[in-house]
Unconditional design. Structure first.
Length: 370
C-alpha cells in the first residue's frame, strides 16, 4: 500500500447487493482516513503494529488515530461491529489526549460508515475548521448529507458553479450525481476521478473510482460498459477486493453463474463478509444448489444481525433487503426498513420500505398491522 493510500482511505449504497456499493461507497465515508479496500488479513499487521506503539507509549495520540483508521479499514471489508467499536475507542482516546485533524477526520469516516450521519457532520465540521481546503473532508460532508437525504446541502458544499478542484471533490460530485439519479453524469465523474488518481500515480484510488463506475453501470444492466472499467482496474490492481467482487457481479450479469459463485466463495475464504454471503446465496439459489444457498443465507443473516445486536444500525437496510429478496420474515423486514429510515432517510431506504409494503400487500397482509 502506498503512503498516500494509507493516508486517505476508501468506501456502494445499500440493499444487500446495494450494500456492496455502500461498503465501497462508504469508501467516501472512509475516503479520507484509512486506506484502499483490501482483505481483512492485510490490516491485521497494521492493527498489531499500532497496538504495540500505544502499549509502549499510552499517550501517543497519532498512533491511536492510526489504530482507529486501521480498525475502520478492516471493518469496511468484514462489516464486523467489533472493529467499528474498536475504531471509535481508539479515536476517542486520541482526541482525549490531543484533539487533532487526523482523529476528527477518521471519526467522521467511522460515523459515515456506521450510518451515524449527524455525528459524521459534527466531526467533519471540526476537521473542516482545522483544514478548510481539505477536499476529503468536503467529500465526507457530502456523504453525510446524502445519507440524510439532504441533497441541496450537499450541492451547496460542492459549489456547482465551479469545476471540482481535486480527486475527492470529483468523487463527491459523482456521489451527488448518483443520488439524483444522474447515472451517466456520475459515471463520467468517477472516470474523471480515476484519471486524476492515475496522473498522481495513486493506483488504489484510481481502481476505486473505476470500480464505482462499474458498479453503477452494472446496476443499470450495462455489462459491456462495466467490463471496460473493471478491465482498466485489473490492469492496475488485479487482486483488489472490491474489484474482485464486481468481477463476480459482471459474471452474474453475463450468465456465468458458476464463475461468479467461485469468485464469491474464494473471497469469503479470505474475508468473511455477510453481504458477499448474500450475493453467493442468490447465485447458488439460481444455480439450483440448495445446500450451498442455505449455508450462505445463514451466514449472511447471522453476520448482518450481529451488527444490529451490537447496537449498530448500518446493516438495517441490508438485512431488510435480504429478507425481501428471500421472501421471508416480511414483517420483520418492514420493521428493519422503518427503523433504517430514522438514520438513513435517503431515497434508496424509502424505496426499500415501499417494496416491502407492496410485497406484504400482494401476500394479502396489512402493511400497517403490528
Amino acid at each position: 500500500m502506498t503512503q498516500e493510500a494509507a493516508r486517505v482511505g476508501l468506501d456502494r449504497s445499500v440493499g444487500w447487493g446495494g450494500l456492496l456499493m455502500w461498503a465501497l461507497g462508504s469508501v467516501l465515508a472512509g475516503l479520507a482516513s484509512c486506506g484502499p479496500a483490501s482483505t481483512s488479513s492485510d490490516w491485521d499487521a497494521a492493527i498489531g503494529f499500532y497496538r504495540q506503539k500505544v502499549a509502549r507509549d499510552p499517550r501517543l495520540y497519532p498512533a491511536y488515530a492510526q489504530l482507529g483508521a486501521s480498525y475502520l479499514a478492516r471493518a469496511r471489508v468484514t462489516l464486523d461491529p467489533a472493529d467499528v467499536a474498536a475504531a471509535r475507542e481508539a479515536l476517542d482516546r486520541s482526541v482525549q489526549i490531543q484533539p487533532s485533524f487526523a482523529a476528527y477526520k477518521t471519526m467522521a469516516a467511522v460515523s459515515n460508515f456506521s450510518h451515524r450521519f449527524n455525528d459524521a457532520i459534527r466531526w467533519a465540521q471540526r476537521a473542516h475548521e482545522a483544514s478548510p481546503e481539505d477536499g476529503a473532508v468536503t467529500a465526507q460532508l457530502v456523504e453525510a448529507y446524502l445519507g440524510l437525504g439532504r441533497i441541496d446541502d450537499a450541492a451547496a458544499l460542492l459549489q456547482l458553479d465551479q469545476p471540482p478542484a481535486d480527486y475527492y471533490r470529483v468523487v463527491a460530485m459523482g456521489h451527488w450525481l448518483a443520488a439524483q439519479p444522474r447515472m451517466d453524469d456520475a459515471v463520467d465523474a468517477y472516470v474523471a476521478a480515476a484519471q486524476l488518481a492515475r496522473e498522481a500515480q495513486v493506483d488504489e484510488l484510481a481502481v476505486w473510482a473505476q470500480v464505482r463506475a462499474a458498479g453503477l453501470v452494472l446496476d443499470a444492466g450495462r455489462a459491456d460498459e462495466a467490463r471496460q472499467y473493471l478491465e482498466a482496474g485489473a490492469r492496475l490492481r488485479p487482486d483488489d477486493f472490491w474489484l474482485r467482487v464486481h468481477q463476480a457481479e459482471l459474471r452474474e450479469a453475463e450468465g456465468r453463474l458458476d464463475e461468479a459463485l467461485a469468485i464469491y466463495e474464494r473471497l469469503l475464504r479470505q474475508t468473511p463478509n455477510p453481504t458477499i454471503h448474500a450475493q453467493a446465496w442468490a447465485v447458488a439459489r439460481r444455480l439450483g444448489r440448495p445446500d450451498r444457498a442455505r449455508r450462505h443465507f445463514k451466514a449472511a443473516d447471522a453476520g448482518l444481525r450481529r451488527a444490529l445486536d451490537a447496537g449498530e444500525v448500518y446493516t438495517l437496510e441490508a438485512l431488510a433487503a435480504l429478507y425481501l429478496e428471500a421472501d421471508v420474515e416480511l414483517d420483520r423486514a418492514r420493521e428493519l426498513a422503518q427503523r433504517n429510515l430514522e438514520f438513513n432517510p435517503a431515497a434508496s431506504a424509502r424505496a426499500l420500505l415501499a417494496s416491502i409494503e407492496q410485497r406484504l400487500d400482494a401476500a394479502g397482509l396489512d402493511a400497517d398491522s403490528p
